[in-house]
Design a protein around this ligand. Structure first.
Ligand SMILES: [Zn+2]
Length: 317
């Protein structure tokens, strides 16, 4: 009997052995770095395949087999991920040249198409965080590789999830950017724990700095309306009642770690985390609000990056 579950293999919670392609990609900072490579993980995958006859491949294998070409970014704007025409000679696209995004680079696992599109849809529409966690781990490890490639060695990374409104969390049953960011945090810490980690003294902390007022979903809106729709929706959480005061959202412990990193001369990188980046309007608003939230606690971060599971080409999504 074949067990055909609607839940893809990653939801099983079992670590999976990376395919050879994944392992090769891992060497270059691609998917599958350091995940599921243990003897226990391989044994569990074998059991899964032999006994359950699982019909869906493990997440790392699905991503690796899909290619997710890192080299593709050479034909894309490094800030927003939009395609550049063959005759486009500037590094950035026209939109980013005209209004530069406040982040240095965008890190994604690939285009919003198979196999990432169904993964993203499943992450945001099912109240189970396991798939978000595993996807986040892979994204975190790609972020580490990109930081190293960009010459950012031994950074302290603050992972700032794009906030979701309370109404939307209730409706979906999951705060999916936060779940992805938690997975990234775990992935970065696992990488750091490896003796041969190329990322050096990298440390990562989850920094859910922001809350969000409900507005219409960005997806489905025209590009020109997205900026207007998201503007001013993100703030640090406020104390309730009459005070209206903001809550200091970065814990005293993490604030001390930031101060220590500065004293040690290590770079501090704030990374805005989301599921899909399209126009970058949401990421811009998160950067603006995140800067404001940090500055309320006397912290100024110059280096901002954006990490998103997928990037969508206009006018899709
Ligand atoms: Zn651009």
């Amino acid at each position: 009997m074949t067990v055909r579950s609607t839940i893809p293999a990653p939801m099983s919670g079992a670590p999976a052995a990376p395919a050879p392609a994944a392992a090769a990609a891992g060497a270059g900072g691609g998917v599958g770095v350091g995940l599921g490579g243990s003897a226990l993980g391989r044994a569990w995958s074998d059991i899964e395949a032999a006994v359950l006859l699982v019909t869906c491949l493990p997440l790392e294998q699905r991503l690796a087999e899909a290619g997710l070409p890192e080299t593709e970014r050479l034909t894309r704007c490094p800030k927003c991920g939009q395609k550049l025409l063959a005759n486009h000679h500037a590094v950035l696209c026209d939109a980013c040249e005209a209004s530069p995004p406040p982040w240095t680079a965008l890190v994604t696992l690939g285009p919003y198409a198979d196999p990432l599109a169904p993964i993203v849809r499943e992450i945001k529409n099912r109240p189970w965080p396991e798939l978000a966690d595993r996807t986040g781990r892979i994204l975190g490890q790609r972020l580490a590789a990109r930081l190293t490639a960009a010459g950012v060695h031994g950074p302290l990374v603050l992972l700032i999830p794009v906030p979701t409104s309370r109404l939307r969390i209730l409706y979906r049953g999951i705060d999916h950017p936060a779940a992805i960011a938690r997975g990234m945090c775990r992935g970065l810490r696992e990488l750091h724990a490896e003796a041969t980690s190329p990322s050096g003294n990298l440390t990562a902390y989850l920094a859910p700095l922001l809350s969000r007022r409900w507005r219409w979903r960005q997806a489905g809106l025209a590009a020109w309306r997205r900026k207007e729709n998201v503007q001013g929706t993100m703030t640090p959480p406020r104390l309730g009642g009459l005070t209206g005061r903001f809550v200091p959202t970065l814990s005293a412990r993490i604030a001390r770690k930031v101060a220590q990193a500065r004293q040690q001369g290590r770079p501090v990188v704030a990374v805005v985390v989301d599921d899909v980046v399209t126009t970058g309007a949401t990421a811009r608003e998160a950067c603006r609000a995140g800067r404001a939230a940090l500055s309320q606690q006397g912290i100024s971060v110059r280096l901002w990056w954006v990490a998103s599971v997928a990037r969508a080409d206009l006018p899709s999504v």
